[in-house]
Design a protein around this ligand. Sequence first.
Ligand code: SF4
Ligand code: SF4
Length: 131
Amino acid sequence: MKSLCHRCPAACCRYIALPFDEPKDTEAFEEVRWFLMHEGVTVFVTEGQWYVSVTTPCRHLDAQSRCTIYARRPQICREYSSDGCDYRGGDYEYKLFFTHPEQIVEYARKRLKRKTKVPKKAKGKGARKAK
Ligand code: SF4
Ligand code: SF4
């Protein structure tokens, strides 16, 4: 029986995904917003790690979506398995997934608001009036 890869248009060879530090301030969120302004770019979070993904086919794919350097393919390609891969789909559990800049703006607005939330003033005994 032919493997799944023989039926697949090489979905896993058509993008790169790079990890980056979780954005925690306005400047970092602005950078992510800039990523998302570009066609073919998405941002996702899985197992606590943030990634930027760029849709771009590998130069070593042939017209039949086969790898032309299979014996010399990079380690990352060797380690990738068709168990729960891109072609199977649905196996990814992204904690967060952004496809448009407006989504990260909204997320940042909530996150930064939460972060800067001022604790409620103590009431009753011991509470002092501000001068
Ligand atoms: S590992 Fe999955 S996505 Fe990659 S070629 Fe095989 S079936 Fe397609
Ligand atoms: S080197 Fe081969 S297996 Fe690796 S991404 Fe390119 S076409 Fe796919």
